[in-house]
Design a protein. Structure first.
Lengths: 188, 292, 332, 198, 192, 445
């Protein structure tokens, strides 16, 4: 009896391991594809991508910086950033920055905000996040108007909007703090 | 190593095998040590149940349901949503509960005190429940045996086999729907409803009255009461009719449905159901038939 | 002599009836109604009328076509639900949304369970919370009060004292700095502040409450324990840190607390039966209201707290029975 | 019972969600849209049919005492396969169904059918049964998802039906319960009508 | 404080039944009477805590090191199933009284998403719980389950007495009640 | 005067309508025939000792109470026994009765018909009890419990107080009130006889404050008696109920399911005290009683001294007959009395009043859903939850009824009286009590 169950379990795990090995590749690929797509959305065309991790000035986790080069010139940085200030759960976003620190575009990666309210940060759901295009954090305040900034909050979802600004700001501040190093990269 | 069979495969097989083994040992121990002596039928019933342990039956798991079924010796009131009716059918078969063919029975109303025959003398104005009305007074028509018309029996019937006829003030039993569960019999505080043999071609003959008062007294309240005159008893050649406490009773096991008794009853208290129309029919049988 | 009637005892019946009680409540709501008409004008009248008419209409339709029971729309309870629903929404709420609210209040909150007295949750509040969550934008834009206005939807909007204060405190501002920017207590008492149609005037509501107390429609237990608990708890926080937590008086007059404690927590069907039970219920409502107001996402917690406590009512009824005669043996 | 009836009973008369009230967690949890509902329903159908097949094949090899654990292992394997395949090829759906995919394992419906039906019947009947019940489940989930999507977002399968937002509650938790509640009531009425005509 | 926040979050803000939709079947199935629902709550609390403890260890000390996290589902369900059996055995032996009170509910728990769901959630990355936090999380969720199912049983007893209209009787009314309860619990939004 | 007392939990205040308050008691002549029911008291029916054709005298025993709880029955008239047969009682069911055709008005030997007041009693307690038993005295406060049983203190118990129930809390009824005004001395003597039988030193007469003349009259007389005092009470229904009266007067609570003797009290009605006086001092059996005939449909509200067995219709005739719109005739008070379906039924020992009302006053309101207003629970003097008991009984959940202590309900009717939705609460509670009673009896077998 014990043996039967062991055999069943072993047979099952053997099958599963096989399926796992079979799907490992496609899973990786689809994850990578999603990342690439997001980077592509926030950066102009490039021919080479270099990734590195950098710790933000505040926050528990490092950010992934994807430096995009075209013909050897740094044309932009796609920062995968996060915030814990959302209405529910962590919000992750990809922020595209010019080498000067101006925002090219922002796209969300992952969130658990309320459908119909907080999910307006998604590009497909509303054009709210378009206001970040060409936004220059060195000149304007990356905060919602209620808090004295220059971003229009999402109606009835100020918390999400505030959090999104926080995520973008984290990317921007990390970029600013490590500007030298990033520029150096180019030279390397 | 090969793409498909690598160390992951190994780890998986080993660790899951181990977990499976431990699980198996535990389950083995249960099987070995803790066999309590229980009714073996519980296992049979449990085996027939889906084993989903979903709690849909309202009890704590399939075993609990099996125990309850075996304890009650009946399926009444139990239901297993995932298994559905098939499973209940199977259990019934396995337990042998559908033993043999039963004589089909049906509920009959043994009161014909309609508003017309037993006109109301007072008006009842309290909770619409026969049980209370019965404890309060003899009834609107005054007959202390007759139907009170509040419909406790109708409410007790789970099969929509009864309804109150607003005109006569009496309940009506629908033969085709009645499953002879006896709920109405229990519900009636006056024991007016009787379970009787369904009869050949659904035909039945019975005394539609249970008044045990003396003839004159009974008649004062109700025109169609059995007055205990005994003519039907004399008429019946099969000794199917007995007279006790001024009330005639037809034993359905002895009755041959010969229809001799009904016409002799001076108050038309004997009812015939589902017979063809009589050729020379007494003056007012049609009235009765209407009120059955 | 005609036919005698036979019935069980007693043969006398007190001069009560459901509709007399209900119309008593409606009558007691008149002061609050007048105040709301004064400050929010035509819009308030329209919202109230729409809510009442659609509540009655939904009850009629459901009763007639779905439940097929006796007609109950004139027992007055649907009118109360309508009025209280209207009192719980901003005066400039689009009327279509008011109708949805009425449908939810009556259809889901009341008739789903069989109508009057059977519903476990306060219908008007079910309607309000449903709208709150379905239409957060429309439900949180309040018109500024202005005497005898005839404006409709395009009125100037502004925050209620509660949203203003909570928003400010969340931004790290101090209560003492925020206080001067909201109406003073005398105005709050009268109802000269932003808010839902009928909740603004504590004074008018207390007046109605006193009338109901005098006619013994309600007893003091729920309002007093509710308001008392809210006052005490907010006072504790206020004493701990008056710059973050406003004072109890503010809490009592702001938002829907008064309306909730006097009219909604006292709803018969959805409040406990015994006096002890009522007090427990009131305390629970008070605690939850203050906690939600101070720590939750919403600036106002009255509706939520009453609904949550509604859910506890059957358990309270189970646990807090009236004192039985002869329960303890007291041999003098 | 004929195979056809076996197949069709899962839709109305013995619908797993609307009548038997099984597998309610996914029915409520993932039905924020018709698409998600359909996806979950089909994933469950896959697991149900596959495990029905395997269970009906191995039913004679398994000693009675470890029957249930063995079935659990079989079911869990198919759930994991679904999980892996979905993550690889339908990542978006995988994300929105989230936790509820592994939870197919404990869906009473799957276990119940394996035990009650597959372990006692031949493979073909088991497939039909699995398909019927599974598609009935998918049907109910799509219905509920569609209802919530229409009322909650004004869309159906992502197509906008009317401008603006819907009633947000229906996308949120309360809407799931309420929507299902009224669907069950409706199904009761339909069932009664069917019974009458039958 | 950390633990209190986890508990408040699990009981009120993200209530397992009303917000996360886990354990709905027993929530509807075993809530007809208050005493039954209390018994069920006790059993859930017991198993949920224990299961989280064991699966947390298995996940972090077997599955993660061996890189076979994908076996989570299958190993968890085996663990939960045999754990329940074991608890039953031990309980029967050690405390017959407790077994009487809780034991009858144990079989129900194997196929209850609440247990499996919470064990899976407890190791989710973005919570980043340590062992103790994971156990507290499990207790919180069990309390949340207990709270809602007992309240709900109370309401169902009430509905039993008042004659809900035929079409809504039973599951439909129960679901609508759950919906309104979920609406009410939204008031706790963002409390922690 | 003393301060007003009352009981604590619940209670209602129905309109008093004491229309016959000022009408002195009028003695009615015997009717042509009387029907004397064999079961006029709580307990086993009496067994007839006369047969058809026998000549009987007024005050002669015609049926004997043979079991422990039962009472003798005496002829209230002189004449010939016509038959022993079933006659409809107040509920319309036929019960055995002795029907006597009246001939003259001759009394049995030994009955002292002299009205002269005899204060002192020389009998021993045992003699008193046996005289009370012989004379067929039963409680006249409504329950018709055989009084001799209540006058014997059970072994191991001790009576401290005799409480005399002069509350008459039911609206309309004035029989006790008139008796207290007109027969104060006799009542007081009766009380001291009862005290002697019980061996108690104190008796308290509880009278509601709406009868100040009775309070004054009895207080006046009580000065001459040791240990007897009058306690005025606040007007509240059902103050006359035994347990409530004890609570009001001496502040003790009779535990659930127990008898008053548990807290050292015995309660008797003022009418009973008068009957005891007549039995002991005059050797006169209980063959007549005071009956109030009143109500909005009665032309001349009156208080009559009536022979037991007189048809109710005769009383109504004597009070001027009934108008066309009468829709209810009640035997007893409006709160606890029984509606009659036939006014030819006879007066019994328990008949304290006959009330007639037009439909407008007595019809039940249409039934609506219970709105859970908690009024029923607030007014229930036993601290029960009538809405719950009634719903449980309607759902046939009798075990739950028992757990909710349905048997504590004394059927006072306060809950049904107050309920705004016209729920027939008490009707269902009665069904429940009935079934729970059967359950309890079956269990004890
Ligand atoms: C169920 C529910 C979901 C919510 N979801 C979000 C959300 O996703 N994002 C958000 O910022 N606020 C959310 N809120 C919070 C409220 O909408 C909150 O009042 C608002 O964010 C802040 O108010 P304001 O935007 O009007 O200033 C939610 C509230 C509830 C009750
Ligand atoms: C609700 C209720 C009300 C009663 N009201 C009276 C009353 O007003 N006067 C009275 O004498 N007895 C009343 N009784 C009867 C008393 O409880 C008690 O039986 C009586 O006083 C005992 O005395 P007796 O045996 O001499 O009749 C009432 C009983 C009940 C249950
Ligand atoms: C079974 C039974 C036994 C009783 N035994 C006694 C008794 O031993 N002594 C006594 O004083 N009263 C006894 N009583 C009388 C009650 O206390 C009470 O006076 C009587 O039931 C009438 O009260 P009521 O009119 O308030 O209902 C007994 C009553 C019943 C029903
Ligand atoms: C004192 C009192 C307060 C009431 N409060 C409410 C209320 O807050 N909301 C509501 O919908 N109905 C209210 N009603 C009306 C009615 O009782 C309510 O609709 C019931 O819940 C319907 O069953 C109230 C009635 C009374 C007598
Ligand atoms: S209750 Fe039962 S026996 Fe009576 S009519 Fe209905 S089905 Fe027939
Ligand atoms: S037959 Fe019996 S239960 Fe049915 S209505 Fe008549 S009296 Fe009531
Ligand atoms: S008095 Fe009537 S309406 Fe009020 S709670 Fe009692 S039964 Fe219900
Ligand atoms: S009749 Fe019974 S339940 Fe009603 S108030 Fe009186 S004692 Fe209480
Ligand atoms: S599907 Fe979650 S408990 Fe059944």
């Amino acid at each position: 009896m014990v043996l039967t169950l062991i055999i069943v379990a072993a047979a099952a795990s053997f099958t599963l391991a096989t399926v796992y090995n079979l799907t490992k590749e496609p899973i990786e690929r689809s994850r990578e594809a999603a990342r690439q797509e997001a980077i592509g959305m926030v950066l102009p065309a490039f021919d080479r991508l270099v990734s590195k991790k950098l710790m933000p000035p505040s926050g528990s986790d490092s950010l992934e910086f994807n430096l995009a080069f075209d013909n050897g010139n740094l044309i932009g940085v796609a920062v995968s950033t996060y915030t814990g200030m959302g209405y529910s759960g962590v919000i992750r976003a990809m922020v595209g920055l010019t080498p000067d620190g101006e925002i090219i575009d922002v796209v969300h990666l992952e969130h658990a905000e309320t459908p119909g309210l907080g999910d307006k940060i998604e590009k497909g759901k509303s054009d709210w996040s378009d206001q970040f295009r060409g936004f220059d954090p060195s000149e304007q305040a990356l905060r919602v108007r209620q808090d004295g900034g220059d971003i229009d909050a999402i109606t009835a979802a100020t918390i999400t909007a505030r959090a999104y600004c926080d995520a973008i700001e984290r990317a921007y501040l990390t970029f600013e703090a490590n500007k030298q190093e990033i520029i150096n990269k180019e030279e390397e | 190593m090969n793409e498909l069979f690598n160390e992951i495969t190994l780890f998986s097989v080993v660790s899951l095998g181990a977990i499976g083994g431990v699980a198996a040992i535990i389950l083995f121990m249960v099987a070995q040590k803790f066999r309590v002596i229980e009714d073996p039928r519980i296992d049979i019933v449990e085996g027939l149940l889906p084993g989903a342990n979903c709690g849909g039956c309202g009890l704590a798991g399939c075993r609990a349901l099996a125990e309850a079924i075996v304890k009650d010796e009946s399926l009444e009131g139990f239901n297993c949503p995932p298994g559905g009716s098939d499973v209940m059918q199977q259990i019934a078969e396995a337990m042998g509960w559908e033993a043999g063919e039963q004589t089909p029975m049906v509920a009959v109303l043994r009161c014909n005190g309609t508003r017309e025959f037993a006109p109301p003398k007072v008006q009842y104005d309290s909770a619409m429940t026969c049980t209370f009305a019965h404890s309060l007074f003899s009834g609107e028509g005054g007959c202390p045996f007759g139907c009170l018309g509040c419909g406790d029996c109708v409410r007790a019937c789970d099969f929509d086999a009864m309804y109150m006829d607003p005109e006569s003030g009496l309940p009506v039993i629908l033969d085709e729907k009645c499953v002879a569960c006896g709920a109405c019999v229990k519900a009636c505080p006056r024991d007016i409803i009787e379970m009787r043999k369904k009869g050949k071609k659904n035909r039945r003959i019975f005394v539609s009255c249970i008044n045990r008062e003396k003839g004159g007294v009974a008649r004062k309240n109700c025109k169609v009461a059995c007055i205990g005159c005994g003519r039907c008893v004399k008429e019946c050649r099969f000794e199917a009719i007995t007279m006790e406490n001024n009330l005639a009773y037809i034993d359905y096991n002895k009755c041959t449905l010969c229809r001799k008794c009904a016409p002799v009853c001076p108050t038309n208290a004997i009812h015939e159901l589902n017979f063809p129309v009589r050729k020379k029919k007494p003056a007012d049988t049609d009235k009765q038939e209407k009120n059955v | 002599m005609k036919v005698l009637t036979v019935s069980g005892s007693p043969h006398f019946h007190a001069d009560h009836s459901v509709s007399r009680i209900m119309y008593g409540v409606v009558f007691s709501l008149i002061p609050a109604m007048l105040v709301s008409f004064y400050f929010f004008g035509l819009a308030a009248i329209l919202v109230t009328l729409t809510a009442v008419v659609s509540c009655m209409a939904f009850e009629f339709l459901i009763q007639k076509y779905l439940i097929r029971g006796p007609m109950t729309i004139f027992d007055g309870s649907a009118i109360i639900t309508g009025v209280l629903l209207a009192f719980n929404v901003p005066a400039n709420l689009p009327l279509g949304i008011v109708v949805i609210g009425a449908a939810v209040a009556i259809g889901m909150g009341k008739m789903t369970f069989g109508g009057l007295g059977k519903n476990p949750f306060n219908p008007a509040l079910v309607g309000r919370v449903f709208l709150m969550i379905s239409f957060p934008v429309q439900m949180t834009t309040y018109p500024e009060p202005s005497a005898f206005s005839t404006r409709l939807a395009d009125a100037v909007t502004g925050p209620t004292p509660l949203t203003f204060l909570k928003g400010g405190v969340d931004q790290g501002e101090k209560v003492s700095e925020l206080m001067p920017q909201i109406p003073d207590y005398a105005n709050m008492m009268l109802g000269n502040m932003g808010g839902s149609v009928g909740e603004v005037s504590a004074l008018a509501i207390i007046l109605g409450g006193l009338y109901m107390l005098a006619r013994r429609i309600i007893s003091w237990h729920i309002p007093v324990s509710y308001l008392g608990t809210a006052a005490i708890l907010s006072a504790i926080f206020w004493m701990v840190n008056p710059e973050v937590y406003p004072d109890p008086l503010f809490h009592l007059m702001a938002g829907g607390l008064m309306l909730g404690a006097i009219y909604m927590a006292t709803d018969y069907a959805t409040s406990p039966m015994s006096k002890t039970g009522m007090i427990i219920f009131g305390i629970g409502c008070g605690l939850l209201t203050v906690i939600i107001r101070l720590f939750g996402a919403y600036p106002e917690g009255v509706a939520f707290s009453i609904l949550i406590m509604n859910a506890f009512v059957p358990l309270i009824n189970r646990g807090f029975k009236p004192k039985r005669f002869g329960e303890e043996i007291k041999n003098g | 019972m004929g195979q056809l009836q076996n197949f069709s009973k899962g839709f109305i008369r013995e619908n797993p969600v609307l009548v038997l009230l099984l597998g309610l967690c996914p029915a409520l949890g993932v039905t924020t849209s018709a698409f998600n509902g359909l996806g979950m329903g089909l994933a469950t159908t896959f697991v149900l049919v596959s495990s029905n097949i395997v269970v009906s094949l191995i039913k004679n090899l398994i000693p009675a005492k470890v029957r249930i654990p063995s079935f659990i292992v079989v079911i869990a394997s198919f759930v994991t396969i679904t999980q892996l395949v979905m993550e690889a090829y339908l990542p978006a759906l995988f994300d929105s169904l989230g936790l509820f995919i592994p939870l197919i394992v404990v869906n009473c419906l799957v276990m119940g059918r394996a035990e009650a039906f597959a372990s006692k019947n031949d493979t073909f009947s088991a497939i039909i049964d699995g398909l019927g019940m599974g598609l009935g489940f998918a049907f109910a989930l799509t219905l509920l998802g569609g209802l919530r999507e229409i009322l909650g977002a004004g869309e159906f399968f992502g197509l906008s039906l009317f401008p603006g937002d819907g009633m947000l509650v229906f996308v949120l938790a309360p809407g799931a319960f309420i929507g299902l509640g009224y669907l069950v009531a409706l199904n009761n009425i339909v069932k009664k009508k069917l019974d009458k005509t039958a | 404080m950390e633990y209190i926040i986890i508990i408040i979050g699990a009981v009120f803000v993200n209530n397992i039944v009303l917000a996360q939709f886990l354990g709905i079947c027993p929530y509807l199935g075993v809530s007809a009477k208050v005493p039954t629902s209390v018994g069920m709550s006790g059993a859930v609390m017991f198993v949920m805590t224990l299961a989280t403890l064991v699966t947390f260890l298995i996940f972090n000390y077997i599955l993660v090191p061996l890189n076979i996290e994908y076996l989570q589902t299958i190993s968890y369900i085996l663990v939960v199933a045999s754990l329940v059996q074991m608890v039953e055995i031990i309980l029967k032996k050690v405390s017959p009284a407790l077994y009487q009170a809780l034991g009858i509910f144990l079989p129900l728990i194997v196929t209850n998403c609440a247990i499996l769901g919470v064990t899976i959630l407890a190791v989710r990355e973005d919570y980043g719980f340590n062992l103790l936090e994971a156990v507290v999380f499990a207790i919180g969720n069990a309390l949340g389950f207990a709270l809602t199912i007992i309240i709900f049983a109370g309401i169902r007893e009430h509905l039993d007495l008042v004659d809900v209209p035929k079409g809504m009787r039973g599951a439909p009314a129960a679901l609508v009640v759950a919906g309104i309860l979920a609406l009410a619990f939204m008031g706790f939004a963002n409390l922690v | 005067m003393h301060q007003l007392k009352t009981f604590v939990i619940g209670g209602v205040h129905p309109p008093e309508k004491k229309l016959a308050e000022k009408q002195p008691i009028v003695r009615l002549d015997p009717p042509k025939t009387v029907s004397i029911l064999l079961s006029q008291h709580l307990g086993a029916p009496a067994v007839p000792v006369v047969a058809k054709g026998d000549k009987v005298l007024a005050g002669q025993i015609i049926a004997r109470g043979e079991s422990f709880i039962s009472a003798n029955i005496h002829s209230s008239v002189s004449g010939t026994v016509a038959k022993v047969d079933g006659v409809p009682d107040t509920s319309g069911y036929r019960k055995q009765a002795i029907i006597i055709n009246v001939e003259g008005d001759e009394w049995a030997e030994g009955v002292d018909r002299d009205e002269a007041f005899v204060r002192d009693c020389q009998m021993s307690p045992e003699e008193i009890v046996s005289r009370v038993k012989d004379c067929g005295v039963v409680g006249l406060g409504g329950a018709t419990f055989p009084s001799h049983v209540k006058l014997k203190v059970p072994k191991g118990k001790k009576a401290e107080y005799l409480i005399i129930n002069g509350v008459e809390c039911e609206p309309c009824l004035t029989a006790d009130h008139r008796l207290m005004l007109e027969k104060g001395n006799e009542i007081m003597a009766g009380i001291s006889i009862q005290m002697k039988a019980l061996g108690v030193g104190r008796a308290i007469i509880g009278i509601e404050n709406n009868k100040p003349d009775a309070i004054n009259n009895l207080s006046e007389i009580a000065r001459e008696y040791e240990g007897i005092e009058v306690q005025p009470l606040k007007v509240k229904y059902p103050q006359g109920a035994e347990k409530q009266l004890i609570k009001a007067v001496v502040g003790r609570e009779v535990p659930s399911g127990k008898l008053p003797i548990e807290v050292g009290c015995v309660v008797h009605n003022v009418g009973t005290a008068f009957a005891v006086y007549e039995a002991v001092q005059k050797n006169k059996p209980l063959v007549e009683r005071v009956v109030t005939v009143s109500g909005d449909s009665v032309r001349k509200p009156s208080n009559f001294m009536v022979r037991i067995g007189t048809p109710v219709s005769e009383l109504i005739e004597a009070a001027g007959g009934l108008p066309e719109d009468t829709s209810k005739v009640v035997n007893g008070g409006p709160m606890m009395g029984k509606a009659l379906n036939d006014i030819s039924v006879p007066v019994t020992k328990g008949t304290s009043g006959i009330l007639a009302f037009p439909g407008s006053e007595s019809r039940r309101p249409a039934e609506q859903n219970c709105i859970r207003c908690a009024r029923c629970l607030t007014v229930c003097p036993m601290g029960l939850e009538p809405y719950l008991l009634s719903a449980l009984a309607e759902k046939q959940r009798f075990e739950d009824c028992e757990m909710e202590r349905i048997m504590d309900c004394m059927e006072c009717g306060s809950c049904l009286y107050i309920c705004p939705s016209g729920k027939p609460l008490l009707d269902y509670i009665r069904v429940g009590k009935n079934r729970v009673g059967i359950m309890i009896r079956e269990r004890s077998h």
